[in-house]
Design a protein around this ligand. Structure first.
Ligand SMILES: Cc1cc2nc3c(=O)[nH]c(=O)nc-3n(C[C@H](O)[C@H](O)[C@H](O)COP(=O)(O)OP(=O)(O)OC[C@H]3O[C@@H](n4cnc5c(N)ncnc54)[C@H](O)[C@@H]3O)c2cc1C
Length: 302
């Protein structure tokens, strides 16, 4: 008998910051590593698709949901240790905000600009989350993952490549723990950076609305995705309940009852207009989950 919490036909709208998304056939919070291994092996043997979800702050789930297991470590894999020599050992369900606050309290410098990035450590590392010049991968030492066969694997910093909002962890492995070797910082400087980052976020981001943060990656070159979408005249454009934010054009917000189809229409529109006007191909930062293959090809191979 498993102790893991399972919810069948669970609406993923309740598990994403967008507040959008149809049901997962089964949402699972594995109780521990042994049960995670049992679940992954079962899914693998039965050919049930598995998707790993952190706190759902960087995903857009299709309106018809995901026909498989949505596995989240957010409620149960929450061990966090900071040693006297500034090493952080954290399970991937730890919220990034907690990790950053505890690191600041332990006088660790360098992570404070990440304050305010929502999500779990697992999602942050997979996405190589970053803000104001700092990235979660900066002090990364090693990580433990579990394969679909339920086996543990270790990756050192030499074995994983990180780039802008991207890491090379295999997509079919779930990240369960990571270690960071950090340095002592100067408390006054840490506080200063933390306040700058926090104020900047409040001033520039539409935090009153539900969203998944930046929809597109900033392209190479001088102009941010938000600037290009703004210059294409799209701020405030609505499709159904979704809107290209007036405050920050790289945010699509759920202005009330938005569907994934509404957001998808705005994504296509922004990509098309920016391509027409600036000959720049905007790449999605947000991950699409459960979308039909035909829709994915409209975005990824357009
Ligand atoms: C208001 C707002 C502001 C934001 N600001 C920033 C910002 O400044 N910088 C930034 O980088 N991002 C930002 N984001 C995006 C988001 O917060 C980050 O990408 C975050 O790190 C995602 O974490 P998550 O736990 O929510 O991941 P999810 O959205 O749940 O998942 C993201 C990806 O990671 C995978 N994943 C999650 N957990 C695991 C795991 N344990 N093992 C394997 N794969 C896993 C998922 O399958 C998915 O592919 C913002 C989002 C919002 C809503």
């Amino acid at each position: 008998m498993l102790a893991s919490v399972m919810a069948f036909d669970e609406p993923l709208a309740q598990h994403t910051t967008f507040g959008i998304g149809g049901p997962a056939a089964c949402m699972v919070y594995p109780e521990n590593r042994d049960e995670l291994s049992t679940l992954l092996k079962y899914a693998h043997q039965q050919h049930i698709p598995a998707f790993f979800i952190g706190s759902g702050s960087n995903i857009l789930v299709w309106d018809e949901g995901f026909d498989g297991f949505a596995i989240s470590l957010r409620k149960t894999f929450k061990e966090l240790t900071i040693t006297d020599d500034f090493q952080i050992i954290a399970e991937s369900g730890v919220m990034l905000g907690k990790l950053v606050k505890d690191a600041i309290r332990a006088k660790i410098g360098g992570l404070e600009s990440l304050i305010g990035v929502p999500g779990t450590l697992g999602g942050a590392l997979i996405m190589n989350a970053g803000a104001f010049g700092s990235e979660i991968s900066n002090y990364f030492q090693q990580a433990t993952t579990m394969t679909l066969e339920g086996e543990l694997k270790t990756y050192t910093n030499e074995e994983v490549e990180f780039s802008y909002r991207h890491s090379t962890f295999p997509e079919d492995e779930v990240l369960i723990e990571a270690v960071f070797n950090c340095n002592e910082g100067v408390p006054e400087e840490i506080q200063k950076e933390r306040v700058i980052a926090s104020n900047n976020r409040k001033t520039n981001q539409p935090l009153k609305f539900r969203s998944a943060g930046s929809i597109f990656k900033n392209p190479d070159g001088n102009h941010a995705a938000g600037y290009l979408i703004d210059q294409a005249g799209l701020k405030g454009t609505r499709r159904g309940g979704a809107e290209i934010s007036e405050k920050h054009a790289n945010f699509i917000v759920n202005a009330g009852e938005a569907t994934a189809a509404d957001v998808f229409r705005l994504i296509k529109l922004a990509k098309q207009k920016v391509a027409e006007e600036f000959h720049i191909n905007l790449e999605l930062e947000v991950k699409l989950v459960g979308f039909p293959e035909s829709m994915l090809s409209e975005i990824y191979y357009a």
